[in-house]
Design a protein around this ligand. Structure first.
Ligand code: TYM
Length: 328
């Protein structure tokens, strides 16, 4: 059976882009393959953060992932820092990833432009992401379009390691959805919807109430034409709404476009589709949030299951790279 792995950062509000670009596939894949999903709290340390807020965000993201449909009985759901294997393998991969490769990462370029303190870890971030993936002998990585380059780097790192030190890692492939792979900001549709822009009018948080969702979609920036047509380059705002509706209704943006002759009607239906999609998630999130003890228990079970897989791969990598066995 193929192994699926993916991760999400507990920073900022989880939003519609995360849901359509990644989490829908996570939920579907858990029933088809052996699936392992990780809340990557160590990655969230690469930028300035508030410690108490990070702890709370980690807990509440776990609850949101379950509310979205991850079933801890079916998949393995855990927190990255609960296993030391991730940091350990990340070091081995930093030693087999080049400075040049890391310098070419567009996410590093964007994120380092946005902050006055560029941590060394922000630069080596993709090596930790590669470690996350490779520890689980992963075949498939369901992600949004913005992670494409990181998965390419993971493949290159795995191949180089295997070539230098012998077969150690499975070389993974990304899985990117047809619709919703890059949900754009509603106010600035040439930039992707992001957590850092969260709470703004351009981002729909999964916890936004129906009124806020409708308001944000009805006020979404479009263009001065009137024709409803899917053309991301010429009509980024309208195309984004079509893409969101297509992802929510499991259709294609082109066929959604055929049903509309005005922006107003498209926006109204798009808002209804998003509200209807989020209502059961929000209800379940409310229920799960009431029992943090149970969430912590489920995460501990998830960490045990993950450790069992990760420790074997790490031991193999340490052996193959030439570290002396410390077991005696
Ligand atoms: P993160 O936490 O930024 O996002 C989690 C997932 O959501 C997708 N995503 C989007 N998809 C469509 N439209 C958008 N506007 C949008 N914004 C985010 C992302 O592509 C991602 O799939 N580096 C990763 C976390 C990570 C990881 C991993 C992912 C760490 N280790 C191992 C996969 C495998 C990140 O920051 O995702």
């Amino acid at each position: 059976m193929a192994r699926v792995f993916s991760g999400i950062q507990p920073s900022g509000e989880i939003h519609l882009g995360n849901l359509l670009g990644a989490l829908h596939n996570w939920v579907a894949e858990q029933h088809k393959h052996e699936a392992v999903y990780c809340i990557v709290d160590l990655h969230a340390l690469t930028h300035k953060h508030d410690p108490a807020q990070l702890r709370q965000a980690t807990l509440s993201l776990s609850q949101m992932l379950m509310a979205v449909g991850l079933d801890p009985q079916v998949c393995t759901l855990f927190v990255q820092s609960h296993l030391s294997e991730h940091s350990e393998l990340a070091w081995l991969l930093q030693c087999t990833t080049s400075y040049g490769e890391l310098s070419r990462m567009t996410q590093f370029k964007h994120k380092s432009d946005e902050t006055d303190f560029v941590s060394a870890a922000l630069f080596t971030y993709p090596a930790l992401q590669a470690a996350d993936i490779l520890l689980y002998d992963t075949d498939i990585v369901p992600v949004g379009d913005d992670q494409r380059q990181h998965i390419e780097l993971t493949r290159d790192a795995a191949q180089r390691f295997n070539q230098r030190y012998g077969e150690t890692f499975v070389v993974p492939s990304h899985q990117i959805p047809k619709a919703g792979a890059r949900v754009m900001d509603l106010q600035n549709p040439t930039s992707k919807m992001s957590k850092s822009a969260g709470e703004g009018a351009g981002t729909i948080s999964l916890t936004d109430d129906p009124k806020a969702i409708s308001k944000k979609i009805m006020r979404a920036v479009t263009d001065s034409e009137t024709e409803v047509r899917y053309d991301p380059a010429a009509k980024p705002g309208v195309s984004n709404l079509l893409e969101i509706m297509a992802a929510a209704r499991q259709s294609t943006p082109q066929s959604v476009a055929e049903n509309y002759s005005s922006y107003g009607a498209l926006k109204k239906d798009c808002a209804e589709a998003v509200v209807a999609m989020l209502a059961p998630i929000q209800q379940r999130f409310g229920e799960l949030s009431a029992d943090s003890g149970e969430t912590a228990r489920l995460l501990a079970v998830g960490a045990d299951k993950a450790r069992h897989m990760a420790s074997q791969t790490l031991a193999r990598a340490k052996q193959n790279i030439g570290l002396l066995d410390g077991e005696g």
